[in-house]
Design a protein around this ligand. Structure first.
Ligand code: EPZ
Length: 433
């Protein structure tokens, strides 16, 4: 258990680099299975989900070595195509290994993946795409068996631009004979990163960033090097933190175009934003104006992952902000905690109405999921008094050195791991009711 102790009220000032992208790293790590030799990845964030992916690779017979933010994966000795439930359950992205294993070994055996509980998260679109490519898949009691099958290029139409299904389709298509067209594909920057990496491995892939992808062959290279792009949601998190607390923040080594919809609303809320090609500076007076409607949508729309973060920043804004969540059915899990801090949030189906309040006050909270937990930290930073957040490890799944990064910017907070925090939470829960 991790315990965050936050004393709110400080302005955030400073400059920092953005961590490597979690959601780009995970499919790229799965794609390493397609390389007959060694891959060198740079700017790989130290995260629990990344560790889980590295453990899956080791389990499948890869040799894995980390040096700072560099990771070396030697996939020459891959000798397995089964992933046990204990490894599958650790994150949602474990399902992406299905496409990679099919491309490498022509078969796979795994169970249903874990991940944040944001509502139903079926994998029907993943299976649809893989079956179109000729995979013979059976599902029974939560187990997925892809029998040895020869993959053939195909025309796939995804009825919804699922990020994960697009990644699985791309990976499996690299192991198929003939050309594959994927229509209705997701257009997220993480898909572009995966395409760039697959090209570095020797794949002929084009179209990433558009709704139609074409995979027309794969001539494996013996080795490859690749740098993971910046994490657009981690960048959005820091920007929303500064917007809500007030201050001035410069984020370096990122692509502001990847989170332009978040910048758009922060600007509408009254923040001053200056963008250069690989950096962005945000200045905030602290008290923002309401915005909306903020409607989440597949890229290039407003990211569902940033919805809880922007909501936290707007809790003290003047007026009423409206959010409409269209991607996940249960993505307002942060709301009860934000209310405990004094936020006024009304939920009605997929819509959330946030009426700005003068002040928030610290409380004892429990992190519910990765981005929801981050939103609670942001709200705690903007609240008066002390907030204690108990977290079963959600934040470490997606944020690298989050506490140190916020402290460097002037936040007053500490993070303790279970064992060195006995009694703190009980006392605080009593104080705050
Ligand atoms: C990715 O999840 C991200 N995860 C999520 O980030 C992100 O919220 C999501 O895309 C949307 O942007 C990773 O990249 C590891 P989807 P993914 O398939 O691939 C439905 C974070 O906090 N759907 O695009 O699981 C699904 O239920 C995480 O970093 C089906 O119905 O997202 C959801 O409603 C959380 N059938 C919608 O599509 C399927 O087969 C979007 O899911 C697949 C998805």
């Amino acid at each position: 258990m991790d315990i965050w102790r936050i004393r709110g009220g400080a302005r955030l000032e400073g400059e920092c680099s953005v961590q490597g992208s979690k959601n780009a790293s995970l499919p790229i790590l799965a794609a390493c299975l397609l390389c007959p030799g060694t891959v060198e990845l740079r700017r790989v964030p130290r995260l629990r989900d990344v560790d889980a992916a590295l453990q899956i690779l080791e389990h499948l017979g890869c040799r894995v070595r980390r040096e700072g933010d560099q990771v070396y994966i030697d996939a020459s000795g891959v000798n397995g195509c089964e992933i046990p439930p204990a490894l599958m359950e650790r994150m949602r992205s474990s399902v992406i290994f299905m496409g990679a294993l099919l491309a490498r070994c022509g078969r796979a055996r795994l169970s249903l993946p874990g991940g944040c509980r944001l509502g139903k998260r079926p994998i029907d679109l993943h299976l649809l795409a893989l079956r179109r490519l000729g995979a013979e898949i059976e599902e029974e009691d939560g187990e997925i068996r892809c029998r040895p099958s020869k993959l053939r290029g195909a025309s796939i139409r995804l009825p919804f631009p699922s990020v994960g299904a697009t990644e699985n389709a791309l990976l499996a298509a690299c192991g198929a004979e003939g050309e594959t067209l994927i229509r209705g594909a997701a257009r997220e920057p993480e898909i572009v990163a995966l395409q760039d990496f697959l090209r570095a491995l020797g794949a002929r892939v084009e179209g990433a960033g558009t709704a139609t992808l074409r995979v027309s062959g794969f001539s494996p290279r013996a080795s490859a090097r690749f740098r993971i792009p910046a994490d657009r949601i981690a960048a959005s998190t820091l920007l929303c933190a500064c917007a809500g607390c007030g201050g001035k923040l410069c984020l370096k080594d990122c692509d502001p175009g990847h989170f332009s919809t978040v910048l758009h609303f922060l600007n509408q809320a009254g923040c001053v934003i200056i963008q250069k090609h690989d950096r962005v500076t945000l200045s905030s007076a602290g008290r923002l104006r309401a915005v909306g409607p903020v409607v989440t949508a597949p890229y290039p729309g407003f990211p569902t992952d940033a919805q809880p973060l922007l909501m936290a920043a707007l809790l003290r804004a003047e007026g009423e902000s409206v959010f409409r969540e269209t991607i996940f059915e249960n993505r307002y899990r942060q709301v009860p905690a934000l209310r405990r801090l004094g936020g006024s949030v009304l939920l009605c189906g997929r819509e959330a109405r946030v009426r700005g309040v003068e002040r928030l006050r610290g409380a004892a909270l429990d992190a519910t999921d990765l981005r929801g937990g981050a939103a609670m930290i942001l709200a705690g930073l903007a609240a008066e008094g002390e907030t204690l957040l108990r977290d079963e490890g959600h934040l470490a799944r997606g944020y690298e050195n989050f506490d140190a990064c916020l402290r460097d910017l002037g936040a007053d907070l500490s993070l303790k791991h279970e064992g060195d925090c006995h009694g703190i939470f009980v006392q605080s829960t009593q104080n705050h009711g």
